[in-house]
Design a protein around this ligand. Structure first.
Ligand code: GTR
Length: 396
């Protein structure tokens, strides 16, 4: 049954997904009946950044915890960092490799996140870092660099003067509906019972926050300039992580689609029901009650993007990636702009989706539509580094 729905959806998004943003935007957030960003639960208007920071922001984080991604447990007995390897002069003498085990302890049990980190040598100051939440094969983050993939072009990122890091999602929650609870959820058994309990996507974001716990201790990099990056399902986790962990200066969503950057209420491409049916281990039990009820969701994804303010967020789409609804990914950024405006930050310099291959950026917002299919490519990374060069005021 689900397959016919998928093909119907695919046809629907191919036909309607490409409806121009101008039309979509003219129909505006009203026609989508998007939940209001700038009004509190008690009906107060959010007039300035203080209203947002002191009241509305926490409400929106809670709405996503309770209805979509689940809780974000913070209690730990201890967190230990073991630097297993430091190898200088790698990448033809341009970088230092660090392999660090991050061990999180609770209730006599622990999980280990294995971090791979390359740091460029001879940068004038501690460099910014790109941290990838890797859900693809570990060969995509090969510390020996025998295998090089543009999914994580570590050499090119080092050449641009950035540190580059990655961990694999399986260290915190296997991407499998039968075994996802055998890593970090072992430390938080109560989450399994809770209807708004953390599931795999939340656990991957939790993992990135534990990596940040390590990065703030490493003087060789600049923890004030860390970007959390994810592709597709990893992009959903990166957005949720960046939304609630304000230590990440920049959040990058690459083709994250449904329950990532794409507006759920558009119901173009993958829907809430389809994603909950195909990946029941990704989101909270409560989220499943919104299958086929997108219009009743107390949130939509523009609110997730808005939680990054006043920090930066970059959303990318791919022109042939109809399943991820590129228009919906772009509109989420547009409809989040009112919150950035509260901080005096300008909107994207365009009202409509930019032409394929052209990046549009403001101080803290970025978007591009890459030519081609669903994937994380060197083209995408170069656009992220171009944005970060300005946002992180990088000298080299
Ligand atoms: C698809 C899923 C998408 C996206 C994608 C990916 O199967 O429907 O939501 O997450 O996988 O991660 O590549």
């Amino acid at each position: 049954m689900i397959h016919i729905q998928v093909y119907k959806r695919l046809f629907f998004c191919l036909f309607f997904g490409t409806m121009s943003t101008a039309v979509a935007q003219k129909s505006g957030s009203d026609s989508l009946n998007l939940p209001e960003l700038l009004r509190t639960e008690s009906g107060e208007r959010v007039k300035n950044k203080a209203d947002w920071q002191n009241a509305r922001r926490a409400e929106v984080v809670k709405l996503f915890e309770d209805n979509v991604y689940g809780q974000v447990p913070k209690e730990l007995d201890s967190l230990r960092f073991y630097t297993k390897k430091v190898q200088k002069g790698v990448m033809n003498g341009t970088a230092t490799l660090k392999e660090v085990d991050i061990q999180a302890y609770r209730g006599g049990d622990f999980v280990t996140i294995r971090l791979v980190l390359f740091i460029p040598d001879n940068t004038p100051i501690a460099p910014p870092v790109f941290l990838l939440i890797n859900h693809r094969d570990t060969t995509n983050m090969d510390p020996t660099r025998k295998v090089k993939m543009e999914f994580w072009p570590a050499e090119e990122i080092i050449q641009r003067g950035y540190a580059v890091a990655a961990f694999h999602v399986a260290d915190v929650a296997a991407d499998n509906k039968n075994t996802y609870d055998q890593q970090v959820l072992r430390l938080y058994p109560d989450q399994k019972q809770a209807a708004n309990g953390m599931r795999a996507i939340g656990a991957w974001g939790w993992g990135a926050s534990r990596v940040m716990d390590y990065l703030v201790t490493d003087a060789a990099i600049d923890p004030q300039r860390v970007a959390v990056v994810g592709h597709s399902r990893g992009g959903k986790a990166a957005l949720w992580c960046g939304a609630q962990d304000e230590r990440f200066a920049l959040t990058i969503s690459n083709d994250s689609g449904c329950t990532g950057a794409a507006l759920s209420r558009r119901m173009v491409g993958e829907t809430v029901k389809v994603i909950n049916t195909n990946f029941p281990h990704w989101f909270s039990q409560v989220y499943k009650t919104f299958n086929d009820r997108e219009k009743e969701l107390p949130v939509d994804q523009h609110m997730l993007i808005a939680l990054m303010a006043p920090r930066a967020v970059y959303v990318a789409s791919a022109s042939e990636d109809a399943w991820a609804d590129p228009v919906g990914e772009f509109l989420s950024v547009k409809y989040a702009e009112p919150v950035f405006k509260l901080f005096g930050l300008s909107p994207l310099p365009t009202a409509t989706q930019p032409t394929i291959g052209k990046a549009v950026v403001s101080q803290t917002l970025g978007y591009h539509l890459r030519p081609g299919g669903h994937g994380l490519t060197l083209f995408d990374w170069e656009r992220y580094m171009d944005f970060a060069d300005v946002y992180f005021k990088k000298t080299r």
